[in-house]
Design a protein around this ligand. Sequence first.
Ligand SMILES: [Zn+2]
Length: 154
Amino acid sequence: MRTPPGRRQLPPQARVLKALDRAAIFALYQEAGRRRLGLGSDSPWLHAHLDPDAAHFLFPDPATYYWPDPDAGRPWWQCSVLLHMVDGEQVRSGLAVLPETFTALPSTVSRLRQRHLALIARTTERDTWLWGRDHESDCGPDACGYAPADGASR
Ligand SMILES: [Zn+2]
């Protein structure tokens, strides 16, 4: 993560990659949706397709045009997310997380593994949208277990 010219460097507590279980990562999507942060929101589809037994990873990784700027109404940190989907594939996602929320999450991953996982996240090209598109033909109560309540697939 490089600080763009003229921008304030992110604090040390932002320079961490964190591992979360499904409930914890989904709670962050709910918060982003509820507070309309503008990047990431929860859905029954997402919850149903996140591996409940695997770790999901998250770290602040703001693009220059999304650099945190409370004065411009953007207090949140743009995070890169590495999600473990129900079929075992890891895909990339993006999520806005409030600094106080991120800082309060426990840090359990060794420095070496943090670097390794961040590299995987940055070099993973498939995101949840592409994964969902390819998964569509396998999606249903008899396959992945997802049964949309209203008949809509996503
Ligand atoms: Zn499915």
